[in-house]
Design a protein around this ligand. Structure first.
Ligand code: PAF
Length: 284
């Protein structure tokens, strides 16, 4: 496996691989991998002949008060995992390489970016779309792999691919969970043992919503208030948002019908965690 640090070298390798007729599977990451990332890498390995993973903690998607500095980083750990998973190339550009002085372009998928997490993290998805398009332009992947945990991010990337006619197949892989249901995230590392236990409330509240819906409840506001009540009973948890939306366009749902995304963001101590569940109502 080769670690590549410059855009020019990464581009020329990708061009060579494409000329040789090989399909490129691309997994963009911010590093400090967990099973969720490895699941994406394995899916890329199964589908494509060349697997390329990027590790870049993208400053554009963090607001000044957020955890950019603190975000866990360990390239040698990621590189070890990459070798074990049969990754061909690890793209590890510096901040100066990605955003040289004078960089001033941004990509925005407007409406989708203003909802859910976009309300609490203004500018976040603009930063995500900008770096992902830049990475796509460098790598020119045949397929790109993202996790369903970041449901809104996945929808935004899908929209960007469609709107800008990019030749990339988007593959969304299911959420990978710990044994107690907590969705895997690099940010789980921030949790102390008490917070780690408290964090299971996110998934428990999603299961509660599912149970209510399967039991016949169709009013979104009732489901949200029951979820809120459940989370508020956990002293270390504070709800950022809970939303029930159309899973394809993030329009808020009053009544449960069709393909529904139940999404939430909850602070556990100082860490903001997200999770979601998609339910397809029969007859939709
Ligand atoms: O999901 C992530 O890890 C990041 O948002 C991504 C897609 C790598 C862009 O920085």
């Amino acid at each position: 496996m080769e670690i590549i640090e410059t855009i020019s070298r990464m581009k020329s390798i990708c061009q060579e691989e494409a000329r040789a007729g090989k399909t490129i599977g691309f997994v963009p990451t911010m590093g400090y991998w967990h099973e969720g990332h490895l699941n994406l890498i394995r899916a890329a390995r199964r589908k494509c002949q060349v697997v390329l993973v990027s590790v870049f903690v993208n400053p554009l998607q963090f607001a000044p008060q957020e955890d950019y500095q603190q975000y866990p980083r360990d390239l040698s750990r990621d590189a070890r995992l990459a070798r074990a998973e049969g990754v061909d190339y690890l793209f590890y550009p510096s901040m100066e390489e990605m955003y040289p002085q004078g960089f001033q372009t941004a990509v925005e998928v407007r409406e989708l970016s203003d909802k859910l997490c976009g309300k609490s993290r203004p500018g976040h998805f603009k930063g995500v779309a900008t770096v992902v398009l830049k990475l796509f332009n460098i790598v020119k992947p045949d397929a790109a792999f993202f996790g369903q945990k970041d449901a809104q991010q996945a929808l935004i990337i899908k929209h960007m691919i469609d709107d800008l006619n990019l030749d990339v197949e988007l593959v969304i892989m299911p959420i990978v969970r710990e044994e107690d249901g907590l969705a895997m995230s690099s940010r789980n590392l921030y949790l102390n043992p008490k917070e780690r236990r408290a964090a299971t409330i996110l998934y428990k509240s999603l299961l509660k919503a599912k149970e209510l819906i399967l039991g016949g409840e169709r009013k979104a506001s009732t489901i949200i208030s029951q979820m809120t009540q459940m989370i508020e009973e956990e002293p270390l948890a504070r709800v950022d948002y809970i939303a029930l939306t159309d899973a394809d366009n993030l329009q808020e749902a009053d009544v449960i019908r069709g393909k529904i995304l139940i999404a939430l963001a909850v602070f556990i101590g100082k860490s903001r965690l997200i999770d979601n569940l998609i339910l397809e109502m029969p007859g939709a």
